[in-house]
Write a protein that binds this ligand. Structure first.
Ligand SMILES: [Fe+2]
Length: 251
């Protein structure tokens, strides 16, 4: 099987994305698939979308793409401010109108989910692809667990929470560090969260993604120049300061 890099939640962080691509290619990755939230929060939405258009096999619709396209419903005022700034970047006349139209069209045509045999790819959750969160603590909620796993055939890859790990149907959430960063596929149904490239929230500020070769999943963390991204964000008034600070903390 093709060796896949599965990336998610890039959030306009081109420095993190470039570091991940470099790492993945040095690890033998042949194809990139993206689970959404290419944009939102960070300073380089256009650059990240252009990488997605040119390099990724597919990109799913994340809730941040949805918010840029259709309005920031359910976002807090500061997150909404970042969404409004992001949307404007797609309309600034710095490229030809053809290029701008192609980008906007790309966002408008992103799929909600993709199935590849018994492997499914979603942004948030198998039963509500774009918006529902599957949190590690949901293993304590049997009803939710059952509801979600009812939509899993064998393996589902997701993102959205920015917290990597493997959730099993039996109600375990196994952190990458507990798995020594490797999960070998067996009969068990799992939901594998690949973490976030551009805004990790598990206390580790390195970019997170996963490599999948059909037999095992490997969790990867990649260092990138966080300070450079923070400095770029500090020059953009409409990207609230806490968004830069959380990159440093990985929270
Ligand atoms: Fe996200």
């Amino acid at each position: 099987m093709t060796v896949l890099a599965i990336v998610s939640d890039i959030h306009s962080n081109i420095e993190a994305l470039e570091a991940v691509i470099k790492d993945a290619e040095s690890e033998g990755v042949e194809m990139f698939r993206c689970l959404g939230d290419v944009i939102g929060y960070g300073p380089n939405p256009i650059e990240c979308v252009d990488v997605a258009r040119e390099k990724f096999d597919f990109t799913l619709l994340g809730n941040h793409e949805e918010a840029v396209l259709f309005g920031a419903i359910g976002f807090n005022p500061k997150a909404k401010m970042a969404i409004d700034w992001t949307r404007e970047q797609f309309h600034i006349e710095r490229d030809t109108s053809d290029v701008r139209n192609d980008r906007w069209q790309f966002l408008g045509e992103l799929p909600l989910s993709v199935e590849d045999g018994n492997v499914q790819f979603v942004h948030g959750s198998p039963r509500d692809p774009t918006r529902e969160y599957v949190f590690p603590t949901d293993v304590l909620n049997p009803d939710k667990l059952q509801g979600i796993f009812g939509h899993v055939d064998h393996i589902t890859f997701n993102g959205h929470t920015h917290a990597p790990g493997v959730m099993t149907e039996e109600g375990m959430f196994r952190l990458p560090q507990d798995l020594k960063n490797e999960y070998v596929i067996d009969e068990e149904k799992i939901i594998c969260n690949v973490g976030s490239v551009g805004q990790p929230r598990d206390g580790d500020n390195r970019a997170s993604y996963a490599i999948f070769d059909g037999e095992k999943i490997r969790f990867r963390r990649v260092q990138y120049n966080v300070e450079k991204v923070m400095a770029r964000m500090s020059r953009i008034d409409r990207l609230p300061e806490y968004l830069a600070l959380r990159l440093k903390e990985g929270r």
